[in-house]
Design a protein around this ligand. Structure first.
Ligand SMILES: [Fe+2]
Ligand SMILES: [Fe+2]
Length: 359
C-alpha cells in the first residue's frame, strides 16, 4: 500500500527501518480502533472505565406481556446479545449498571431471570462482569433487596457504594413504596454528602431511578422526582467529584444538566416514550435502547445503542479502513497552526466564521 510517508493519522503496513523517526505513526496491519491516531498524530484517547447502562427492563411474570404488548424478556435478550458479542469480540466492560424498574411488578422470578440473563454478557464464570442495580417504582423494595442485593435484614432504602478501579459508583434509592413518583430522602442525602466528602481516585458516578431532569411527557411529569429532591440532590453533588449522574424512568434516552453535573438518562430496553406526541398525550413505541458510558481521563461519552435491530450498512475491517485513510490523506500543510491562526478577541486578528457560512 501507499500513503503519504509521515502523514499523521495514517497507518502503515510493514514499516521500513529507515522510518524510525516516524515509528509512532506506524500501525500494525491488524490494528484495533484504539491504536489509531488523531489527524494531527496524537494517540487516540482510551477510556479508563466503560459501563453498560441499561434501564427499565420491566421484566414481567411468566406469560405476561409488558403493557399487554411487549415481550420485555425478548427486548432484554436483544440488548444482552449485543453486549455479549462485544465482550466475546474483545471489548472490555467494567460493569453493567441497571437503573431501576428492573421488573414490572416485583416478581421474584423476574429478578432471577434478569440476573441470569445479564450474567450471560460475561465471558465465563471466572470473568464475571459486576452487575450493579438500582431499584425503581415498579420494583418491590423487599424483593429487590433479597433477590439482587442479597440483603434480608432491612426493607429501608439502601445507599450502595461500589468502587471499580478507583471509580466510585453510588446508588441511591429514589422510590416511595406504593407510589410512582420519586424522592431522595434526607438520610440518603446525608449519606451521599458523607461519602463524597473524600474524593475517589477516578471520581464518582451517582445512579438513581427517577431522572433529576424535566420529564418528556404529561404522566412522567406527574410521576417525576419531586422538585425539592431534585434541588437538594443538585446541592449535594455541587462541587464534589461527581462526574456524571445516570438515571432512567423516562423510557427515553436523554441528557441534561443538574447544576454543573451532567445527567444521562438511559432509555428502556423495552419501550420508548414519545416526547413529540400530541400535547397532553402519553405515547410510547415498541422500541428500546441502552447506553454505553465511556469515561476518559478528562471527559466522558454516552453512546445510545438501539436494541430492536436494524439492517447493517457496512462493516469495514482493518484493511477496508486502511483503504479509506489512504484515499483521504490528512491536511499536514497547516497542522499545528491552530493557535497561530486563532481569532484574537483583543486585537481583532485572525478569522471568524459566521453561522451562515458554517455547513
Ligand atoms: Fe419504567
Ligand atoms: Fe419508573
Amino acid at each position: 500500500m501507499t500513503g503519504d510517508r509521515g502523514t499523521p493519522g495514517l497507518r502503515r503496513d510493514n514499516p521500513e527501518p529507515a522510518d524510525k523517526e516516524r515509528s509512532n505513526h506506524q500501525q500494525p496491519a491488524n490494528q484495533q480502533r484504539d491504536d489509531w491516531l488523531t489527524p494531527d498524530g496524537e494517540p487516540v484517547e482510551r477510556p479508563t472505565h466503560v459501563l453498560a447502562h441499561l434501564s427499565d427492563t420491566h421484566l414481567t411474570s411468566p406469560g405476561v406481556r409488558y403493557n399487554g404488548v411487549v415481550d420485555a424478556d425478548a427486548a432484554l435478550d436483544r440488548a444482552v446479545a449485543v453486549l455479549r458479542e462485544a465482550v466475546a469480540g474483545g471489548r472490555h466492560l467494567d460493569a453493567v449498571v441497571v437503573s431501576g424498574d428492573l421488573t414490572d411488578s416485583g416478581d421474584p422470578d423476574a429478578y432471577r431471570r434478569l440476573e441470569a440473563t445479564l450474567g450471560q454478557i460475561s465471558g465465563g464464570a471466572d470473568d464475571q462482569i459486576p452487575l450493579i442495580f438500582a431499584t425503581g417504582n415498579h420494583d418491590v423494595r423487599r424483593q429487590f433487596h433479597r433477590s439482587l442485593l442479597h440483603r434480608h435484614d432491612t426493607d429501608e432504602p439502601i445507599v450502595q457504594v461500589h468502587t471499580i478501579r478507583g471509580l466510585r459508583i453510588i446508588i441511591l434509592d429514589s422510590t416511595i413504596p406504593g407510589h410512582g413518583h420519586g424522592r431522595v430522602l434526607g438520610s440518603h442525602l446525608d449519606a451521599l454528602r458523607a461519602e463524597l466528602a473524600a474524593p475517589a481516585p477516578a471520581g464518582s458516578v451517582v445512579v438513581l431511578h427517577h431522572a433529576p431532569l424535566p420529564a418528556p411527557s404529561p404522566l412522567l411529569s406527574y410521576f417525576a422526582l419531586e422538585s425539592q429532591s431534585r434541588r437538594a440532590l443538585a446541592a449535594a453533588v455541587a462541587g464534589t467529584d461527581v462526574r456524571l449522574i445516570l438515571a432512567g424512568h423516562h423510557h427515553l434516552s436523554q441528557s441534561g444538566m443538574l447544576g454543573a453535573v451532567p445527567v444521562a438518562v438511559a432509555g428502556s430496553t423495552a419501550i420508548r416514550s414519545d416526547p413529540l406526541g400530541p400535547p397532553g398525550h402519553e405515547r410510547t413505541w415498541a422500541d428500546g435502547a441502552f447506553d454505553l458510558v465511556e469515561l476518559y481521563a478528562g471527559t466522558f461519552t454516552v453512546s445510545v445503542i438501539p436494541v430492536y435491530g436494524a439492517p447493517g450498512v457496512f462493516d469495514l475491517d482493518a484493511a477496508g479502513c486502511r483503504a479509506v485513510t489512504d484515499a483521504h490523506p490528512v491536511d499536514t500543510a497547516n497542522a499545528g497552526t491552530v493557535n497561530a491562526n486563532a481569532f484574537n478577541a483583543d486585537t481583532g486578528d485572525g478569522e471568524t466564521v459566521t453561522a451562515e457560512s458554517s455547513p
